[in-house]
Design a protein around this ligand. Sequence first.
Ligand code: ZN
Length: 522
Amino acid sequence: MRHSDKPLSAISPQYAKLCKFSAEISMVSSIGSLLNWDQETYMPAKAAAHRAEQAAFLSALAHEKATCSEIGDLISACEQDRTLTGDSKSSEARNIREMRRDFEHRTKLPTELVAELARVGSQAQEVWKTAREKNDFAMFRPWLEKMMDLTRRKAECLGNGSAGELYDALLDEYEPGATAKEIEGVFMPLAERLSLLVKELGASGKPPSDAPLRHPIDPSRQHELGLFVIRAMGFDLEAGRLDTTAHPFCSGMGPGDTRLTTRYREQSWTDALYSTMHEAGHGIYEQSLPKTPALFGTPISEAISLGIHESQSRMWENFVGRSREFWVWLLPQAKQIFGGAGGPLGGALRGVSVEEIFAAVNTAKPSLIRVEADEATYNLHVLIRFRLERALISGQLAVKDVPGEWNAAYKKYLGVTVPDDARGCLQDVHWSFGLIGYFPTYTLGNLYCAQLWETINKKIPSLGEQMSRGDFGTLKAWLNQNIHAHGRRYRAGELCEMLTGKPLSADPLMRHLEGKLRPLFR
Ligand code: ZN
């Protein structure tokens, strides 16, 4: 931060030029994000073919810009300039280190492959939507095969560094430095402990009733509640929006523009509430990154990794949103918004107590749909996807066998029978556009989140009391200051140790789940 008060050109003309290039690349990608958001929300169906061409064109443009030899020369010049890199912890040094990483990564991929991935991904995504609606895996299969071939080619181009596997090259894009072997090492014991806990809870007396969640609530009222909550969380709606899509997501497009989406089910109103809080958690991270005009597009203005990103969304969704204190605050507000006693919704939630709703949102019941899974079983859904996609990339699993393997895994890990592919292997959008190596970051996020939460509660002892008043300011400020403001200054593991004093471990997550769920199931 030494130079933050000086204009970039005064520090180094090469560095200033490099930052200008970064801003231009990000400008192109952010236009691509806007088009993708549009495709998911309002685009007419017949625009799909042209949209695929637009997506391919922009990806190629961004890729060509990001891999031109001038950038390589500028990075080398900056690396040798001691005023920039002498202090390895300065913003400039960290930016240059990350720019080198990105440049090396991108130059390994031929432009033609990047454009093809974007084109086929955009088309496959459209086919996926229809296939999922029609419960028709055969329709999606050739597209998934194409995407897998392209993704494998991408992994081959990126290379697997040391003695790792192809999958590691894909993983590294989302979680720098992580390997499949390491992840397997954390995930498998976690899955065992979770399976045991879920079995124990299932066997111990009466599970909490979910009746308070089954009152039918009109989607417009659910939308109103969602907006009310994310405003309280501190999501800036003048710099963002909330829309409806098949698959909820958050897209941080640039300064002042972070888009959230959710989906509403009349018979299960907390689904939308939690997916909205989840995406708003991502959104707050995006809105709080240092995206000043001078830094826009440079690594310091970007998120560290998807695992850390997910730790933010999970924190709001589960650690805040599924706490007793949160419901002390929200239940009366929800009753109000849904119409209250004798209101237009017939007094939905009338007579429901905080204890009842707190218990209802903390089930631990094996289910079919990942995005609707409870906190305890969620990671088992992720584990299944991690194992399948890893086998798809290594070639041990063929696309045609995905439904069968999927269903067998659900039986094995969750004990449930998958009735159809729409509620099975067609439920997630990720594979349709080549997001392979992405799923593990969800569970990494849960692990980081639980570990950070223990630290946060030590730092803010009155956090529970604040939450029961709907006051999330201190929490958000802590996250802003300790996580968001750093951008990519640190690696995920480094930041975790710096803030919590320990390397990542499954213990805090297990402590959290056991501590909360056991008393509820007694
Ligand atoms: Zn997320």
